[in-house]
Design a protein around this ligand. Sequence first.
Ligand code: PCA
Length: 326
Amino acid sequence: MKKLVASLTAVLACLGPVAAQAQVKWDMPTPYADSEFQTKNDYQFAEDVKKATNGALDIKVHSANSLIKNPEIKRAVQTGQVQIGEIFKPNLGPEDPVFELDAIPFFAASYREARALLEVSRPAITEKLMKQGLRVLYMVPWPSQAFFTKKPINSVAELKGLKMRTYNAQTARLAQLMGTVPTTVQATEIPQAFSSGIIDTMFTSAPTAVTTKAWDYTKFVYDTQAWVPKNVVFVNERAFQALPEAVRKVLLEQAALAEKRGWEWSQRDNDESPKVLVKNGMSLTAISPAFSAELKKIGDQMLDDWLKKAGPDGKKIVDAYREKLK
Ligand code: PCA
């Protein structure tokens, strides 16, 4: 018995430093592929958190829908199945219009406008998610969304009847207003959707087009300069509160850095990715003024619809945004 106690004591002594540094492991699902700058930013965030906490918090990123599928990620974080996750924020539009304001065409089209919109809508977004037990860590925009087509397009009429890849309720509405047939396809499934003929044209940003090799299926890319929608990374609030205070502090600091870095990387890719598309044989042009005017009209209609849905709270955000841009 004495011997057993002695050896147990020895074992515990060895474990001492580890036990004092109890390691917490978190899983972080994201819908997007490893090559997307958003995912690279998540990996960097996870690595920086691990380093800055001396390994006390170890976040494992699960990319490309590998652990949890896109539509289930929010619920998985809410229920604690995983502790942290990333989604395309406007996907939450059907739940509350405030989440989808950044995906209305021509409402907040540049990075400057996207930033102003985030500043005025961040309190509402974070409060609404916190009510659901989700703490927002960072929000990073995708570059300007573009159309990818097989044939040249100079007006909305020329798109009529095409099968348009969309990624949420709002892009589906946009596709419908453009007279196309909306088909929801996850970013990771774009190549298969083109090759099986489910879609023949798509909306996305240049980086996602590079990731999915858009040149294999389409020839023309039209940069709409119309909307700069954001991803959101959130953490289960109970899991967050269960961390030691020092670790919580580091996590929030690193989240702020990840947001800053993500905006920089987004802007860098906004400049660089179109060049990769051209290098691979795609024809890149701005949309024609007539096409742009037609799209603007659709955007105005979508904003009207949005204001009706969002009521006085929504109008307050829109007014504050316009004020900020003055
Ligand atoms: N890439 C993602 C979201 C927006 C974007 O640029 C996608 O196409 O699904």
